[in-house]
Design a protein around this ligand. Structure first.
Ligand SMILES: [Zn+2]
Length: 70
């Protein structure tokens, strides 16, 4: 995968956690519980376990995750 910022080849790897991984608009005090009514998006933690394929750009220090495909 090419980096969408600089165009260099990204390194394939994984993000992992002992808890569900999800994206949320605002920080939560109880951060391990995603709330689908507030547009929280689960990255990993249901069907796929707690590991999700991700790509790292070492130049930009950015990680890209495809939420649909593994
Ligand atoms: Zn980059």
């Amino acid at each position: 995968m090419l980096c969408p910022y600089c165009g260099d080849e990204m390194d394939k790897g994984f993000v992992q956690s002992v808890k569900k991984i999800f994206w949320t608009r605002k920080r939560k005090k109880i951060f391990w519980i995603p709330d689908s009514s507030k547009d929280d998006i689960i990255i990993s933690g249901d069907m796929n376990g707690w590991t999700k394929e991700a790509y790292l750009c070492k130049n930009c220090k950015k990680i890209t995750i495809d939420l649909v495909n593994d």
